[in-house]
Write a protein that binds this ligand. Sequence first.
Ligand code: ZN
Ligand code: ZN
Length: 154
Amino acid sequence: MADEFVMDLEENEKDVIKFKNTKLRPIWEPMGNKECNVPCCNVQLSNFDKYIKHWSEVHVETITVYACIVCTERFGKRERAMQHASVVHRKERDDNNIKIIEVNNYKYKNDYGTLPYRKGSPLERKSIYEREKKKAQEERKLLKRKIEKHRGFN
Ligand SMILES: [Zn+2]
Ligand SMILES: [Zn+2]
C-alpha cells in the first residue's frame, strides 16, 4: 500500500545531516530565494523545515523502511511497524521485532553534488536578520528621499 511508505522523516532527515553542518553549506535565508537549490528541481519551499523534508524525500538515493520480522511486511515508519508486530503477532513493541532496511528511493532526483542549505547558528541568523533590516531601512530612506525630491520640483 502506497501510504505505508510515507517516510519516517526523523529517520531520513539524518541523511541530510550526514552532510555535516559545514560552513561550506549556504545558510537558508528566510527572506531569500525559496526554491530548492538543486539544479532543475525548481520546487518552491516556504521554510527551512519544509526544505529539509523535501530534501530527505527527494534527494536521497535510499530510504529507511521497517519490516516486520514475522511476516516481512514493510512500513515507512518505525512506530507503525512496531504497532503492527504487537497487534497482528502479539509481539513486544520494541526494536527487536522489526528489521531496518534500506531501499531505493523511487522519488529520487539527483542532487548533482549540491550542498543543502543549513539553518545557520543563532548568531549567523541574527546577523542575516540585521543585514536585511538595514537593507530595508536604507530602501525606505531612499524612497522617502525620492518622494521628497519629487515634491521639491512641484
Ligand atoms: Zn529539490
Ligand atoms: Zn507482520
